[in-house]
Design a protein around this ligand. Structure first.
Ligand SMILES: NC(=O)c1ccc[n+]([C@@H]2O[C@H](COP(=O)([O-])OP(=O)(O)OC[C@H]3O[C@@H](n4cnc5c(N)ncnc54)[C@H](O)[C@@H]3O)[C@@H](O)[C@H]2O)c1
Length: 216
């Protein structure tokens, strides 16, 4: 039933729930590895340290029902979560800025387990252009618009120096990307219909340092 509207598009799921669901998925996958067949929200609560009523509420957005006492069937929960989160459909992306961070993201095979496949990188460094990293080709930035014409890529990953973040974001949009995963600290401005996800490892680091000092 390929023309059916995915469940997640019918209900606007709160962002915190969307951030917790992949976490549940990783833990349920771990339980499967341990050979468990059923998982309850109480068990998941122990693994994730999230309140079991919160877990039950989060899972109520997902089209699955648990059995009294035993909980959710592990295999079913994994496949429903993967499907709901869009991890079963591979989303293709181009990455701009194959430097220290961009290169690491291109090398990260784990992204495909979460539905993201980086199919090409763009850079201006002659030492990189024309090379491949883990089989993924690196093109010159100037070739992007042409490459977009015969591709099914709709996501751009932004790992360029902060000074050119906005220019490259504009360029990605011009080429036709519909979503930008922005790792630069620059708050890029895009047209309303473009999805932007800002991600910073350092923001989490600041929280850790602050809590560390607090515990002293
Ligand atoms: N969100 C995070 O947690 C996080 C972590 C590390 C870095 N960053 C950010 O990511 C960005 C990259 O950081 P880095 O340490 O990898 O820097 P880097 O200097 O190692 O890499 C930047 C790359 O961009 C390339 N580049 C320059 N102009 C370009 C263009 N016009 N088109 C395409 N590529 C171009 C460079 O050649 C280089 O390969 C910075 O904005 C940095 O602040 C964010």
């Amino acid at each position: 039933m390929s023309n059916q509207i995915p469940y997640q598009q019918k209900v606007k799921v709160p962002e915190p729930t969307l951030r917790r669901l992949p976490w549940y998925l990783s833990n349920v996958r771990l339980m499967k590895k341990r050979g468990e067949q059923y998982v309850s929200s109480t068990q998941l609560s122990k693994e994730t340290n999230i309140d079991s009523s919160q877990i039950a509420k989060d899972l109520s957005y997902v089209n699955i029902s648990g059995k009294t006492r035993v909980g959710y069937e592990v295999d079913a929960l994994i496949s429903v979560l993967e499907d709901f989160l869009g991890f079963t459909r591979m989303h293709k992306a181009y990455l701009f800025g194959v430097g220290s961070l961009g290169g690491a993201l291109i090398r990260d095979t784990g992204l495909t387990h979460f539905g993201l496949e980086i199919v090409g990188g763009f850079d201006v460094n002659p030492k990189l252009v024309g090379k491949k990293i883990n089989g993924i080709p690196i093109y010159h930035t100037d070739d992007f618009i042409e490459k977009m014409k015969d591709s099914d890529v709709n996501i751009g990953v932004l790992t360029v120096p902060i000074e050119i973040a906005q220019d490259i974001a504009d360029y990605m949009v011009k080429g036709g990307v519909q979503a930008i995963w922005n790792f630069t600290p620059f708050r890029i401005r895009v047209p309303e219909n473009i999805v932007v996800q800002n991600t910073s490892l350092y923001a989490h680091l600041a929280v850790m340092f602050n809590r560390l000092n607090f515990n002293k």
